[in-house]
Design a protein around this ligand. Structure first.
Ligand code: SF4
Length: 375
């Protein structure tokens, strides 16, 4: 049974009713539970929990300190290509947007990576659209092989692969996968993804499992906040994380909270997520999944990122550029996927963390250690 089958056991109407039916007493019980059940989780996601947001934030903070201490892992995305054959209505890289396209060659990729390396990063996230001909598995694997000597951890945020594709990436030095389902609602998913390979909801939903089967050490999931109804999306994100953490217990699981940003194409969020609801979703997921990494990107403003820190965040991007070639100056403004909101340099983000009593971590893992001890 895969997660698709598991999800069929939780129809959307039932999830919505569960959330809507939660009472103040349910929220109080959830806040004292040592381990949350699904009814507790639904209560914390519900409107009934809104008056208890401060108590939720305190508990989320305690839980995070117990499990992670005061450390924040810093990483940077490196956009390799903005070519894409998909038609996602919300994305600036959608195939029918008339924008300049670029796929970096290996020398440019290395130049970009060296900028990030010089800034201190040892964790990097390689990002592409979906263009099997111009930027397929072999291309991403070649990039990872080139960058392997510079970084202790290389993750990918690319198109879904089959298990052999993920194995190929693992062999080339990739140890992490980030892949957002965007929305767990199949009908909405179908409307948002007008054409291309990404239209296949089930193929995308199964990708984290195929990555886990291939031996990826880090698996990251999330939904694009602003598409589906946010409370039920968060509930299904929690279900997905629980499923993956049981089945792939050797892999470290993380959840990202990408909130929709302005992009080419002018798409407006269908279900805007307020800052207050954003905080509630993060706290509820932290309390459901105390060991899970929670990731916050530069999509959010500097002020909000600083305030969200204590609620359970364990990883942050910094100094991000969403255009291929953007770090070394080879990429133009018009190549960006979306606008970022926190434009501080990595050094400034690290200084902010220290000032708030956190340790910025540039490297918490070294694949070379495994290589040396393999066999
Ligand atoms: S979200 Fe990804 S798959 Fe969709 S158009 Fe953008 S780059 Fe392509």
């Amino acid at each position: 049974m895969d997660f698709f089958d598991e999800l069929q056991r939780h129809p959307l109407d039932g999830i919505r009713q569960r959330i809507a039916a939660a009472t103040d007493a349910d929220v109080r019980r959830a806040l004292t539970a040592e381990r949350l059940g699904l009814d507790d989780f639904a209560a914390l996601l519900s409107p009934a929990a809104e008056p208890q947001l401060e108590a939720m934030a305190r508990r989320a903070h305690q839980r995070t300190l117990q499990r992670f201490g005061r450390t924040i892992l810093l990483y940077a995305p490196l956009y390799l290509s903005n070519e894409c054959s998909n038609g996602c209505v919300y994305c600036g890289f959608s195939a029918d947007n008339k924008i300049p396209r670029a796929t970096l060659d290996l020398d440019t990729i290395e130049r970009e990576a060296r900028v990030l390396h010089d800034q201190g990063f040892r964790h990097i996230l390689l990002v592409t659209g979906e263009s099997p001909l111009r930027a397929g598995v072999d291309y991403v694997a070649a990039a990872a092989e080139r960058l392997r000597p510079l970084f202790s951890s290389i993750a990918v945020e690319i198109f879904p692969c089959d298990t052999d594709g993920y194995r190929r990436l693992v062999e080339s030095g990739v140890d992490g996968l980030t892949l957002y389902q965007e929305t767990y609602d199949p009908a909405l998913y179908d409307r948002m993804h007008r054409f291309g390979r990404k239209k296949d909801y089930r193929w995308r939903l199964g990708a984290p499992e195929r990555g886990g089967d291939a031996g990826l050490r880090r698996i990251g999931i999330g939904s694009l906040l602003g598409l589906g109804e946010p409370r039920s999306e968060a509930f299904r994100t929690g279900l997905h994380a629980l499923y993956l953490s049981k089945r792939y217990w050797r892999s470290h699981l993380s959840i990202s909270f990408p909130r929709m940003r302005p992009a080419d194409g002018g798409f407006q969020p269908l279900n805007p997520v307020s800052d207050r609801l954003f905080v509630q979703l993060i706290c509820a997921l932290r309390l459901l999944l105390p060991d899970c990494g929670l990731v916050l990107s530069t999509r959010e403003s500097a002020t909000l990122r600083d305030h969200l820190l204590p609620l359970g965040i364990t990883q942050m991007s910094a100094g991000s550029c969403t255009a291929p070639g953007g770090y070394s100056g080879d990429g133009g403004e018009e190549l960006h996927q979306f606008a970022i909101d926190d434009d501080r340099t990595p050094a400034e983000v690290a200084a902010m963390l220290r000032q708030r009593g956190y340790d910025p971590v540039w490297k918490d893992w070294d694949a070379a250690f495994l290589d040396r001890h393999a066999g």
